[in-house]
Design a protein around this ligand. Structure first.
Ligand code: S3P
Length: 441
């Protein structure tokens, strides 16, 4: 079931989770490839591209800026602009995609025209001062047209100058926005990260011949001035999204007797910290690396066997490497013995929903004793997971998917409402849920 108009689904308890899956392409990498391919000269051929609502919104935006694309079987072909983007007549609507809006803002800051970027109600409620500040320091004029520092974002592009910038929050989106703007600046642009974050932008740029220097937490690019770098189209294979594989990893790890294999999963070291947390909780996970990828990223098969888990404390710099998996850690915690405390995760308050609130509310509906903290949450595990209840997605894709995994262990069927948002990142999720043995209708 991947119909975008379907709004509710009922997931039934599943005592035996087992199966073998290949998850769809990485969302972060798919976004970055689309933008770089649109800048490049010639054709980029992408295999394993994530065909989801967020990626489609970005493809449409890049088409309005002069690139074109076609899906041909399993391949996506993007015809680039050779570096000459054209102004879009209307505002560019990035839908629900924070990555699309924030990275594109960086790319457009050095273009000789004005752009307006917008999105759906959720995206228009998320903080944008974090990109306005560095882009303005570089010389762009950025106006936040929404209330309280939110989108729509108007960018009057122009001449940019390299800066050294320390973002107030650990964010790969902010880092990537500044680095992409830095490509069109005079001089060197350096981002000093408060905590290291996913480095897909750096890896892709390096693979395309743009030197990126990383020294500890300092990441720098040398600008090419207003013409930007000369990039050439090439072939890519996008690894499976670790954050999508994470649902099956947790489903298996927390169900005694379960056995799941996930193939072709991206294993970027800044993305796979969930494996360490689950191992600390007592999970049995084997990683087998596959060296054939041309995605400039590690890739492999994960084999997970279920067992009894125990609660953990999670906090500090590792949070940045786990940020999209915290709803799932809360699910594992609900099934584990003892208490789990998640700290230093205030960023969850400004994701597609306030994820501290949306996770705790839904855990409580399922009978779990969970409490919000200003910067995280506490979960008391091993209570009975209540069936015959309904879950609210809060319009945030990761919430219904995480709660569907918990519903597999409930005492009865669980109805999930507002599930259209799942198409943002994982349209095949419900089919894959059935593939590991669940019944959902
Ligand atoms: C992303 C970075 C993260 C993550 C998001 C995708 C990216 O956001 O939560 O799903 O593609 O760079 P932040 O960088 O804002 O933490």
């Amino acid at each position: 079931m991947s119909a975008p108009d379907r709004q509710s689904i009922t997931v039934f308890p599943c005592p035996r989770v087992a199966g073998s899956l290949t998850v769809p392409g990485d969302k972060s990498i798919s976004h970055r490839i689309v933008m770089l391919a649109a800048l490049a000269a010639g054709t980029t051929v992408v295999r394993g591209f994530l065909r989801s609502a967020d990626c489609q919104a970005l493809l449409d935006a890049m088409s309005r800026l002069g690139a074109s694309y076609v899906f041909d079987g399993d391949e996506l072909r993007i015809h680039g602009t050779g570096g000459t983007l054209r102004a879009a007549a209307e505002p560019l609507d990035l839908g629900n995609s924070g990555t699309g809006l924030r990275l594109l803002a960086g790319l457009l800051a050095g273009q000789p025209f004005t752009s307006e970027l917008t999105g759906d109600a959720s995206l228009r409620s998320r903080p944008m001062r974090r990109i306005e500040d560095p882009l303005a320091r570089m010389g762009a004029r950025v106006e936040l047209l929404g209330e309280g520092g939110c989108a729509p974002v108007r960018i009057v592009g122009g001449r940019l100058y390299g800066i050294e910038y320390t973002p107030p929050v650990a964010s790969a989106q902010v880092k990537s926005c500044v680095l992409l703007a830095g490509l069109f600046a005079e001089g060197v642009t350096t981002v000093v990260e408060p905590t290291p974050t996913r480095d897909h932008t750096e890896r892709l740029l390096t693979a395309m011949g743009v030197p990126v220097r990383t020294e500890g937490t300092r990441v720098s690019v040398s600008g090419y001035g207003s013409r930007g770098p000369r990039l050439a189209g090439r072939d890519w294979v996008v690894p499976g999204d670790f954050s999508s594989a994470a649902f099956w990893i947790v489903a298996a790890a927390a169900t005694p007797g379960a056995r799941v294999e996930v193939h072709g999963v991206g294993l970027n070291p800044r993305r796979d910290a969930l494996l360490g947390v689950l191992t600390r909780m007592g999970a049995s996970i084997k990683v087998e690396e596959d060296r054939r990828s041309n995605a400039c990223e590690r890739l492999g098969t994960l084999r997970v066997e279920g067992g009894a888990l125990t609660g953990v404390e999670v906090g500090g710099p590792v949070i940045a490497d786990l940020i999209d998996e915290i709803p799932l850690i809360a699910v594992a915690a609900a099934l584990a013995r003892g208490r789990t405390v998640i700290r230093d995760a205030r960023e969850l308050r400004v994701k597609e929903s306030d994820r501290i609130h949306s996770v705790v509310d839904n855990l409580r509906r399922l009978g779990v004793n969970a409490e919000e903290r200003p910067d995280g949450l506490t979960v008391e595990g091993a209570a009975e997971i209540r069936g015959q209840v309904s879950i609210d997605s809060y319009g945030d894709h990761r919430i219904p998917m995480a709660m569907a995994i918990l519903a597999l262990s409930a005492t009865g069927p669980v109805r999930l409402d507002g599930i259209g948002c799942v198409n943002k990142s994982y349209p095949e999720f419900w089919d894959h849920l059935r593939k590991v043995g669940a019944y959902a209708e």
